[in-house]
Design a protein around this ligand. Structure first.
Ligand code: HEC
Length: 170
């Protein structure tokens, strides 16, 4: 699972760095944001059936680590994800006001369907409903930015890199 996502992420980086598409203008982004919020994203009226308890949040955190940390970092704020800012659009900071303003149902909808055609994949058929709702709860209780460190995958990579450089000096 991890390896599949690592290569998907790597491909995304290659695509992004391969062609330099200009950022959309301010007005365009705002209009797009409004359309996204009001029209494209469904689930506004879906109620979260899972109670907001510490146990459910903890389970949500575990699912988040399996499926989302590769792009969003352990803390949902992209900590230690080397390509997060280079993606187009960049990986969203899940603690930001824009994301937190979504209703629970909309967040669930985003997990289910993803945000095409950006780099945010949909998880229908991969993550079940109960797990998605718990991930939503985790997104409501994100830890302080940086408090969980970088995902192990990238830490290993950084260490290997350092090691290789060290060898080089001899
Ligand atoms: C392959 C990388 C990748 C993975 C894996 C990923 N995301 Fe994302 N996510 C993104 C990108 C890129 C964006 C920004 C998309 C945009 O703004 O159009 C994003 C945006 C979001 C948003 C904000 C959407 C908005 O409208 O602002 C939420 C919420 C989100 N992701 C949740 C998750 C959750 C939960 C998971 C795991 C189940 C996950 N993501 C897995 C790349 C990823």
């Amino acid at each position: 699972m991890k390896i599949v996502w690592a290569s998907a992420a790597l491909m995304a980086v290659l695509v992004v760095t391969g062609c330099k598409v200009g950022k959309p203008g301010k007005v365009e982004s705002t209009v797009m944001g409004e359309i996204k919020r009001n029209v494209t994203i469904g689930g506004k009226d879906w109620k979260n059936p899972v109670a907001d308890t510490p146990e459910a949040v903890k389970e949500g955190a575990e699912h988040f680590q399996h499926h989302c940390e590769i792009c969003h970092g352990l803390d949902g704020q992209n900590t230690g994800v080397p390509f997060a800012a280079k993606m187009s659009p960049p990986v969203a900071d899940l603690s930001s006001k824009d994301v937190q303003e979504y209703k629970d149902g909309q967040l669930k909808w985003i997990i289910e369907n993803g945000i095409g055609p950006s780099g945010m994949p949909g998880w229908k058929g991969i993550v079940d409903d109960d797990e998605m709702w718990k991930i939503v709860l985790y997104m409501r209780h994100l830890p302080a930015k940086g408090s969980l460190g970088a995902p192990a995958l990238y830490k290993e990579e950084a260490e290997e890199h350092e090691h290789a450089e060290h060898e080089h000096k001899h």
